[in-house]
Design a protein around this ligand. Structure first.
Ligand SMILES: C[S@@+](CC[C@H](N)C(=O)[O-])C[C@H]1O[C@@H](n2cnc3c(N)ncnc32)[C@H](O)[C@@H]1O
Length: 568
């Protein structure tokens, strides 16, 4: 256990008394330790999954007058924060010991009903990692952890808008409206509570009913898959194991049952041809006939009628949802979205600082455990526009992000539950130009993105930096040989600006689940403004598109104005 000197002038001021960090009995596996220049901090004893509640701290509340007269003149001023009605709160338990970080890995929510605060990991935590919250932008001390500079005082953003831990100062400005309005009131209350459509901070664009109907064979969307017949039913178990081990058990097939049995004939679906244009090679000792291509349903069945139709092509999962009724969002998930949106705004501002077009995209760690496991996304990834620095018209933030995620997966640094991930958090990829073509037509983009990469790609390292600048590295070869790594299946992508038509199409190919954007792009937007790509007739995938409410003037208020002719 670490030791340090501490006096009562403040947690990280001159240290005169020898202290030993006390043990703590928190069951989530946290410990208290001294951190250089920060005083005590909270550390993980073991790996902790994302979205885990790690601490619930009761708070002591002081009236504004009591605090003004006494509290603020004491060491308490380092620990208290604004509750509601300008009352001041002091978190008991571990709550007061989380240090600040520009790249926090813990979020917190006040629960007025129980006068407590819940602390939740926002990504997977590694053993011995320090757990930090984000106090806001107006710090009263010099932080030793300034992150990687993505956020800076120079960005002049406001507080985090939901009562961030910041000492009350008389001259303190209110959080900027631009920042605060992203959060509204979702920080408080039961995280499981379902939020009504009207209360959601974003508006969901509707897909037309006709296009969602798949109740006759013509409207059932299909795609080609590799299928093999199993002459001996006992081979099924071996083959299922092999599918898992060979990485063919991808989420894009989750709506299909693996095995089909018609009379005595057993067959197994292996993979989609768009993911593997060539049939997979089997284990040497397993003797099987050659795989063949078969049209299978593209999505799960929503109704009994479509189940019957789809299962006549290939046994399909029945996932009834009231038709056209969008998935309900709970308060915790809305907060997750608010945090992701704040993150992407900050990323775009950081891009502007570097002289780039202020547009960014971000894929957070999925909110629910099931999706985290299925997608193996345990780290958030961000990217910003690099058209200016790379003098390349196609380096839009979304294209950069799709490639960054693909390359991360291809490079193997894409974390799995058993293998600890890299420390990569929100790596903004600085990809070098590799495809030098004029702006393509929709069809060209569509065709190009459906193909495996045919150009050398710089691999994204564990820190999100390119390993090479186009030269053939091992990882390049991996990413070239695996055309599946452009997939964002089941993921939600946040972006500052509405994706342009090219990016909307790229997202369609990526099989992204949902796109949430802040600023509509009247002249160029492909998710509701000029057109809505995910609801075009004939597309083979649809993703939900959500536009953040209160968009008027938001670009200006957030400092994210882009040229009218510029697309995102
Ligand atoms: C709520 S306390 C956190 C626990 C504190 N470290 C302790 O030992 O009691 C807030 C104080 O911790 C210190 N602190 C928190 N984050 C810091 C950081 N990133 N860099 C330096 N000091 C930090 C500052 O002195 C701040 O006033």
């Amino acid at each position: 256990m670490s030791e340090t000197h501490l006096d009562d002038a403040g947690p990280s001021d001159a240290r005169t008394v020898l202290c030993k960090a006390p043990e703590h009995l928190n069951s989530a596996g946290l410990r208290i330790e001294y951190a250089e220049g920060k005083g005590r901090g909270v550390y993980a004893c073991r790996e902790i999954p994302a979205q885990t509640v790690i601490e619930i701290s009761p708070v002591l509340l002081f009236s504004a007058a009591e605090y003004e007269a006494h509290g603020r003149h004491t060491v308490l001023d380092h620990y208290t924060f604004v509750w509601r009605d300008r009352r001041m709160a002091l978190a008991l338990g571990l709550g007061s010991l989380f240090n600040h970080s520009q790249r926090p890995n813990v979020s917190y929510a006040a629960d007025p009903a129980t006068e407590s605060i819940r602390y939740t990991t926002s990504r997977r935590i590694l053993p011995d990692e320090e757990l930090c919250t984000f106090y806001g932008h107006k710090l009263w001390f010099n932080p030793v952890d300034v992150g990687d500079g993505v956020l800076s005082e120079a960005l002049e953003v406001g507080d985090d808008g939901w009562g961030g831990l910041s000492g009350v100062r008389e001259d303190e400005d209110e959080p900027s409206i631009a920042e605060q309005s992203l959060f509204d009131d979702f920080s408080e209350g039961d995280p499981e509570q379902i939020i009504s459509e009207e209360e959601l901070p974003f508006k969901r664009l509707k897909l037309t009913p006709e296009e969602e109907e798949e109740e006759d064979m013509v409207s059932v969307r299909k795609e080609d898959a590799w299928v093999v017949d199993l002459p001996d039913p006992r081979l099924a178990a071996t083959m299922l194991k092999w599918l898992k081990q060979s990485g063919l058990d991808t989420p894009s097939m989750a709506h299909l049952k693996r095995i089909r049995k018609i009379d005595d004939r057993m067959s197994m679906v292996l993979t989609l041809t768009r993911e593997h244009p060539q049939p997979p090679t089997f284990l040497e000792h397993v003797e099987l006939p050659s795989p063949y291509v078969l049209a299978v349903p593209l999505t799960a069945a929503l109704t009994m009628t479509s189940l019957k139709l789809k299962s006549s092509l290939w046994p399909t999962i029945y996932a009834p949802r009231k038709k056209f009724e969008p998935e309900p969002w709970c308060r915790g998930k809305v907060r997750w979205a608010c945090e992701a949106m704040t993150q992407v705004v900050q990323e775009a501002r950081a891009a502007a600082e570097k002289g780039e077009v202020p547009i960014a995209a971000h894929v957070p760690v999925p909110y629910d455990e099931e999706t985290r496991v299925a997608t193996r996304m345990y780290e958030p990834v961000s990217a910003h526009d690099t058209r200016t620095s790379l003098s390349h018209p196609l380096r839009h933030s979304i294209i950069n992000l799709v490639r960054a995620i693909g390359e991360l997966r291809a490079s193997g640094s894409h974390a799995t539950a058993s293998a600890p991930p890299s420390e990569a958090v929100s790596p903004p990829p600085q990809l070098t130009p590799v495809i030098d073509v004029p702006t393509p037509s929709l069809d060209q983009v569509s065709a190009a993105l459906s193909q495996p990469h045919t150009h050398p790609l710089p691999a994204v390292s564990s820190k999100g930096q390119p390993k090479g600048t186009g030269a053939n590295t091992d990882a390049d070869t991996d990413s070239r040989s695996n055309g599946a790594h452009y997939l964002l299946t089941s993921l939600t992508l946040f972006t500052t600006h509405e994706p342009c038509i090219m990016c909307s199409m790229a997202l369609l190919h990526s099989r992204v689940k949902e796109v949430v954007y802040l600023i509509p792009m009247e002249k160029t937007g492909g998710c509701g403004s000029v057109t809505c790509v995910p609801r075009l007739e004939g597309v083979n995938h649809r993703y939900a598109a959500d536009v953040w409410k209160g968009g008027d003037g938001r670009a200006e208020r957030c400092g994210l104005m882009v040229d009218e002719s510029c697309d995102a």
